[in-house]
Design a protein around this ligand. Structure first.
Ligand code: ARG
Ligand code: GLU
Length: 717
């Protein structure tokens, strides 16, 4: 009886670690074993083999890594893929010019010959994954130091990755799971010719901008279309006009039957990184030290940008994308911190640690294996705290200055030229290109003001020993005024003067390299780098190595302590299955959000006079005329919906499928109240946001007149 009671108590206290309703990012290969029964009980109608199989085409064969950090899915037998607009943004921007402003106006290829190639953009299919723990740990012994162990693991990993793809055109990556308690190899087939097929105007694809980012209710048509091309044998090939549309093993049928709260949903894609098993010490540092610090530094930076952007249209366009990316993480950190506080996450973690401690103390064997963990975590995290602060000031204040980041890009050119005592002409030429690109979207008054504020914050909050000498000198010479220092910095650095810099690069020689090296921006960057490498970075590295070791043991211990629980490994940009259901939530007292938005909401927002809510006239006309075609539902068109899938950054563009594996939406965001799910999931608040596939189809068909694309899809109605 007593035992039962204890384990019941544990089950409650330990909720954050047990995968309960809808929490978890699962390994596709293992869902048969761990999740299938649960998925079925929640309404899933396919088999585990339909999700992942190496014997027959399965849903995994329709999923790709899109570019470097997104997911996409195949939606036609002719290699058509859909992902987010914000994932295709860079590519769409690169094709845009004043004459063809695809970002503003959208782009639609009306025939295959109009589809636009994108050098450098690739997609990767997962061919298979395998557990290679035994092979990776071959030759590893318990008495090795962490450095020795890692060397052995790296050696084995390299051998395995080479072996598994020998004689094929595939590539392989070995990924650790549960902090190195298990290892899996992932084999990919990468396609190199991926063409832009369609993108709505930003006023649809980015509708709501930063105002609505991370929020519900949401009305963003965040999708874009691409097509994979292959050689005539359907194999990957570099771009060639002779390439043909790729014939996939599998494409996703699209359901336009509609969704209801409670309907089963599965998100299948590539979440980038989560930290579900960190201790209370780290959660405390995230909540009370790192996030507040980063948020306040970005507050100041965003204010400066906003001020100039509001009063100058050119600057507004130049800084749109930079501001969006600074604001994206800033807003997420705010939501994450609030969520962790609301969940009382530190206390929940402490409760788990208390249980762990008493479990450890139950036997001498456990004490020997795990007894050192918690006290050592405590020590290491307190040692790490000042280092974390220094790193945050370095990243978020020092490197907030664009001219310094820009100067740092010249490191290679300068060092290689001085080392070889010969100018590196090719590199100098490519830096001319970089320089042009940099100055196209650069506004010096913004950077000058950021310099003044950020360098002040940096020097006031970090110990003198971390101040670059050149920076201190500048400050003193500027009568100890940061705003004078900023003026002096920008009037003396060549990295703030495109004409001079390009002239120098065009006749680049050893003398020029010496001059760049002496430039104030480069020198300050260089001194910062040396100071940080010698102290902060090195100490950080040795602490994180030891933390790796501790976490490996800690997670192993937690798994032994709770053998009945299913643990999912932290996200590491490997393919994962998250399943849940369609549904709204209650963000705060007396407020209830329903699961679906519609075109009516876009028309409403367009009346509000907010910059981010400008809607294309054509869309308003379609709405006013109720010209919705076959996409009409209850006199409007569905736009976005909420579900309870556990997702993270990298899941952008991931398919959301129903119980039958039919595509119902494309994932693109999470709600603000739930962004702490990277650290602690809360089934009441954590929701992922997806474009309703019917909105994408409506835009393609009625707004863009690109109905020929819909004909190649498989629509289930
Ligand atoms: N919050 C989403 C994600 O993390 C969307 C970001 C793009 N949209 C934006 N307004 N910045 O990446
Ligand atoms: N927008 C995110 C991305 O680009 C996905 C949203 C999230 O972080 O959940 O990957």
């Amino acid at each position: 009886m007593k035992r039962l009671f204890i384990s019941f108590l544990m089950a409650i206290v330990l909720l954050p670690y047990g995968a309960k309703a809808d929490e978890g990012m699962w390994l596709p290969m293992l869902i048969e074993k761990y999740n299938f029964a649960d998925m079925q009980s929640k309404g899933f109608r396919l088999t585990a083999e339909d999700v992942y199989s190496i014997n027959q085409p399965s849903i995994k064969d329709a999923i790709v890594i899109f570019g470097r950090g997104c997911t996409g899915e195949v939606i036609s037998p002719e290699g058509l893929i859909i992902t987010n607009h914000h994932c295709g943004y860079g590519v769409i921007q690169r094709h845009s010019s004043v004459e063809h402003d695809y970002l503003t106006n959208g782009f639609w290829a009306m025939s295959r010959s109009e589809e636009l190639p994108n050098p450098g953009l690739t997609v990767r299919f997962l061919v298979r994954m395998d557990d290679v723990t035994t092979q990776v740990l071959e030759g590893v012994s318990p008495d090795m130091t962490e450095v020795e162990r890692q060397a052995k693991v790296n050696e084995n990993t390299k051998r395995i990755s080479d072996e598994v793809v020998e004689g094929t055109h595939y590539t392989a990556r070995v990924a650790p799971m549960y902090n190195g308690n298990q290892y899996f190899v992932y084999i990919y087939e990468e396609f190199l010719d991926v063409r832009l097929v369609g993108a709505p105007p930003s006023s649809i694809g980015k509708f709501g901008g930063d105002t609505d980012n991370w929020m519900w209710p949401r009305h963003t048509g965040d999708f874009s279309l691409f097509r994979i091309y292959a050689d005539k044998d359907n194999k990957p090939a570099e771009y060639s006009p002779d390439n043909v549309p790729y014939t996939p093993k599998r494409h996703l049928p699209i359901s336009i039957k509609g969704i209801e709260p409670g309907d089963f949903t599965m998100v299948y894609g590539y979440p980038g990184s989560t930290q579900q098993y960190i201790t209370s010490h780290e959660v405390n540092q995230v909540t009370n030290i790192s996030n507040p610090l980063k948020i306040s530094l970005r507050d100041a930076r965003l204010d400066i940008m906003k001020g100039y952007m509001q009063s100058n249209d050119t600057v507004r366009i130049q800084y749109a994308s930079k501001q969006a990316s600074v604001a994206n993480a800033w807003k997420k950190w705010i939501g994450e911190r609030n969520g962790l506080i609301r969940l009382d996450a530190v206390a929940k973690k402490q409760a788990i640690e208390a249980d762990f401690e008493s479990w450890v103390n139950q036997s001498p064997e456990r004490k020997a294996e795990y007894g050192h963990l918690l006290p050592r975590f405590e020590e290491l995290y307190s040692k790490r705290e000042p280092l974390l602060v220094a790193t945050d000031y370095s990243r978020e204040a020092f490197f907030a200055v664009e001219a310094i980041r820009f100067a740092s890009q010249f490191n290679r050119l300068i060092s290689s030229t001085l080392k070889d005592v010969e100018p590196n002409a090719d590199l100098a030429q490519s830096m001319v290109e970089n320089t042009r690109r940099f100055f196209k979207d650069y506004y010096l008054p913004i950077d000058r003001e950021i310099f003044a504020e950020m360098m002040e914050a940096f020097t006031q909050n970090l110990h003198d020993s971390l101040h670059p000498a050149k920076l201190s000198e500048l400050f003193i010479q500027s009568n100890s005024s940061w705003s004078t220092a900023a003026n002096n910095f920008f009037s003396s650095s060549i990295f703030a003067d495109s004409t001079k810099l390009i002239a120098l690069l065009s006749n680049f020689d050893v003398e020029a390299a010496k001059n760049l090296k002496k430039d104030i921006a480069f020198e300050i960057y260089w001194q910062h780098d040396s100071l940080f490498n010698a102290s902060i970075n090195q100490q950080q590295r040795s602490i994180s190595q030891e933390l790796d070791l501790l976490y490996r043991a800690y997670i192993k211990g937690l798994m032994e302590m709770m053998p009945e629980r299913r643990f999912y490994p932290d996200a590491n940009f490997t393919l994962r299955v998250a399943y849940g259901h369609v549904g709204g939530y209650n963000p705060s007292d007396a407020v209830e959000y329903i699961h679906q938005t519609t075109l009516d909401g876009i028309a409403e927002k367009s009346e509000m006079g907010v910059y981010d809510y400008v809607v294309p006239q054509r869309l308003l006309d379609l709405h006013a005329a109720k010209d919705f075609g076959r996409w009409e539902v209850n006199g409007t068109v569905p736009v976005a919906f909420l579900a309870s899938n556990h997702t993270s950054g990298g899941n952008s563009g991931s398919p959301v499928v129903n119980a039958y594996g039919h595509l119902i939406g494309v994932n693109f965001d999470r709600v603000w109240e739930g962004t702490m799910s990277d650290i602690m999931f809360d089934p009441d608040m954590c929701r992922n946001i997806s474009v309703d596939i019917r909105y994408a189809l409506f835009i393609i068909d009625k707004f863009a007149g690109a109905g020929h694309l819909i004909e190649e899809m498989t629509i289930v109605d």
